[in-house]
Design a protein around this ligand. Sequence first.
Ligand code: C5P
Length: 218
Amino acid sequence: MKQRKKIITVAIDSPAAAGAGTQAKLISKHYNLFYLDTGKIYRFVGMLKLKNPKNFTYTLIKNKINKLKIKDLNNKNLLTDSVALMASIIAKDKKIRKIVRNFQTKCAYNPPKKYNGSVLDGRDIGSVICKDAMFKFYITANIQTRAMRRYKEYQKLNKKISYNQVLTSLKKRDFSDKNRKYGKLKKTSDSILLNTSKDSIKSCFKKIKAIMDRKLNN
Ligand code: C5P
């Protein structure tokens, strides 16, 4: 795809609940970049499967993705644990990954003109979707920290789920995301590793900003 000239592209990969979305939003705001949470697209397809278990075909998915608007991804129903688990199941399918790929590349390389570029977070952004991104980060944190963060988010949303259920669900998704055949979660050799287990949101962003400013100001 032809890329708009001189845009900033940021690719972030991470296991679930490692803080990638929070950092991506901060990057997006600070550098005026279009933000796409690619996990939401897989959640959208996962929800489609939960709602249409008998009629879940590639044609249905294609039609829905063709009509997909960014605002559809703000649907609060996409935030449940059952949708997340279903997302990680349908995300193993090569054909589904291909269907949602175009949407992601368009956002990455042709974001709306008012932005200076794009920031995408997900599992295969640096390895598949945006291989030539100007900046690549791999954000992680230990499983207990991630489970506690996600558990607190669910509490704020009044979702009835225990810490142990969240922990089990994250472990399941980690295993599936890291061991599937296509678009598996991995740190590419050219991405910068950030472990947020002990870092505050602010100090992690400070590191990212230092790395990005060094390159952008040169
Ligand atoms: O990031 P989030 O937890 O919302 O993602 C939900 C699921 O979608 C992940 O567990 C993963 O299986 C899938 N996903 C993916 N590729 C991406 C983003 C998410 O396979 N780029």
